[in-house]
Design a binder for this molecule. Structure first.
Ligand SMILES: Cc1cc2nc3c(=O)[nH]c(=O)nc-3n(C[C@H](O)[C@H](O)[C@H](O)COP(=O)(O)OP(=O)(O)OC[C@H]3O[C@@H](n4cnc5c(N)ncnc54)[C@H](O)[C@@H]3O)c2cc1C
Length: 417
């Protein structure tokens, strides 16, 4: 039987392992930390849980239903209309629509000038860089108030340099308040990690970090692990940072995220009733706060499960702050907003490789490194970290099916030689 080693047990590693196992391959998964990766829940000592920042299955039901089909094998998926608000003044009593709507303009004293700018703006264009794309669409003033600082905080890079093919998908400028994912959004009845564990039930799972590859000519013979083991197989699938496993002096840079999960008792909800999360384009260190009311669990009245997201780079002062520092930061924010609140429990999750950087230099670096990896004929890769693409669960599941097709049509090395 053909043996396959899959590196990493996030949603990429688990979904491809499940599909390969179903095809009859002998699959071993090597995971450095714990099953789930970015999808792993935060678990509170008080018995509740939430995602490491909200993770919703959003997909167009006609074109991208495959992710729904796969997840439905393991859980019921509940449709939800998710709504968000943005707080450009940092004031919870002043929610603005998100996606930013044309109605928001009336909330500003200089609405006339903003309308005049909009008349001059060319609208949706195929500009290559984020700042240009946004200014064409919403004009200078709205860009400054809703997007510029938020984008700098989120990515840690100048928005003039941000490139990508996600602008069209992620950004809209509706007339009025609209739900966040118009094409359909779902949330599972079961925890993501339980679903991913079920996906791995037919595979061997080894908890160890892969440190490098053992190669012969243009094929990989084994992976070597941090604890000194070697795992041989016929084929290999990677879902991790390629610069960790190929022989290179270059390091890929990712935007990281410290995510504070809190179980809070408060005298009021942070957001309007229908709103699930809020964005903060002002000078707070965090970008987003989420209220997990959509998770199927019962919390007592007046108690809320929240995450607060602090983007940073590994090595920044913010990254090295303690959990209690983050909890105090949130407490101070709630105090400033006049909300009487007590944090009953807090848990910090650090995601060092949360976002590949959408800038030309890093993408070119990735291509150099990935060229080495793809020179091995029995290696395949997928997932957000490994393909260095700003993609979502739906895209990763699509990649998992494509990877299985590639594996199926792969000519065994001995026969090819
Ligand atoms: C804040 C935030 C919110 C998001 N919200 C959504 C959302 O609402 N909807 C959506 O579809 N997507 C969302 N995403 C994107 C989604 O989380 C990712 O696309 C997806 O989880 C990535 O899965 P992955 O398997 O590619 O990577 P990961 O989840 O990072 O998995 C990689 C795995 O490899 C392991 N690993 C690393 N190094 C090694 C090693 N050397 N040896 C062995 N194992 C190793 C890691 O421990 C990890 O388990 C969000 C992402 C973030 C950061």
């Amino acid at each position: 039987m053909t043996t396959i080693t899959v590196i990493g047990a996030g949603v990429a590693g688990c979904s491809v392992s499940y599909l390969l196992d179903q095809e009859g391959y002998d699959v071993t998964v090597v995971e450095k930390d714990a099953v789930g990766g970015l999808l792993r829940e935060i678990e509170f000592d008080t018995g509740y849980h939430c995602d490491s920042a909200p993770h919703l299955l959003f997909f167009d039901e006609t074109e991208e239903a495959i992710v729904g089909e796969l997840f439905s094998e393991f859980t019921d998926l509940e449709p939800h209309d998710f709504y968000a608000a943005t707080y450009p003044r940092g004031d919870l009593s002043d929610p603005h629509h998100y996606p930013v709507s044309k109605q928001n303009i009336e909330k500003w004293d200089d609405a006339d000038q903003i309308h005049a700018e909009l008349e001059e703006a060319p609208g949706k264009t195929d500009a290559d860089f984020f700042e240009e794309y946004m200014k064409n669409q919403v004009g200078e003033t709205l860009y400054e108030r809703y997007n510029k600082n938020y984008t700098e905080k989120h990515w840690g890079i100048d928005p003039k340099r941000i490139t990508g093919d996600w602008f069209d998908f992620k950004i809209s400028f509706p007339e009025e308040e609209t739900e966040f994912f118009g094409d359909g959004a779902y949330y599972p009845d079961d925890k993501y990690t339980d679903i991913l564990h079920q996906m791995l039930s037919g595979c061997d799972v080894v908890f160890d970090g892969v440190s490098d590859l053992e190669t012969r000519g243009d094929r990989i013979t084994a992976v070597r692990t941090e604890s000194g083991d070697r795992i041989e197989s016929d084929l290999f699938v990677s879902t991790i940072d390629p610069s960790v496993i190929v022989d290179t002096d270059e390091e890929l840079e990712y935007r990281s995220m410290s995510i504070l999960g809190t179980h809070v008792k408060a005298d009021e909800r942070l957001f309007p009733d229908h709103v699930d999360w809020g964005y903060f384009p002002n000078d707070y260190e965090f970008t987003r706060v989420t209220d997990y009311e959509f998770v199927p669990q019962e919390t007592p009245d007046g108690e809320y499960i929240l995450t607060t997201e602090f983007p940073c780079f590994v090595g920044d002062e913010l990254w090295s702050q303690s959990e209690s520092w983050y909890a105090e930061y949130l407490q101070q924010f709630l105090d400033e907003q006049g909300i009487e609140a007590e944090i009953l429990d807090s848990q910090l999750r650090r995601a060092p490789r949360a976002y590949p950087l959408p800038v030309t230099e890093e993408i070119e670096k990735f291509e150099r490194i990935n060229e080495q990896l793809s020179s091995y004929r029995n290696m395949f890769n997928l997932g957000r970290v490994s393909t260095y693409e700003y993609i979502w669960i739906k895209d990763i599941v699509q990649q998992a099916y494509e990877t299985v097709d590639e594996v199926r049509t792969h000519v065994p090395v001995e026969k090819a030689d």
